[in-house]
Write a new protein. Sequence first.
Length: 113
Amino acid sequence: MNESELLAHGYRKYTGEKVDVYFNLSVCTYSGNCVRGNNAIFDTKRKPWILADADTPEEVARVIHTCPSGALKYRLKGSEEILPTFPLGAMKPKQTEDSPEEKNDCPPEETKK
C-alpha cells in the first residue's frame, strides 16, 4: 500500500526527518504498546502526540512493530515501503501453534450455546 492509499484509509501522517509515522485512530485497539514502548515518541498528553524524531528510526520501527492492530505504520525516508505490511485493521497472526485446550473450531457466538 502506498502513502496516498494509506491516507485515503484514514491514516494521519506525522513527518520526521528520517522516518514518517502513520496512525489511524479508527483501527487502534488501545493496547498501549506504543506509549509504554517509548513515551518520548508516543505521548497522548502532548500535541502532536507522535514525535517521529524523538528517537532513532530503528527505535520508532521497533515500537511500531509491537502494535497489534495495524493502527501504526512507518516509512523510512528514501524508501517507498510502508511497514508493517499486514492488512489494515488486522491483528498480526501469531507464530505459535494452538494447544488442544486452546483450539476451538466454533465461532465465538456458537460456543455460548
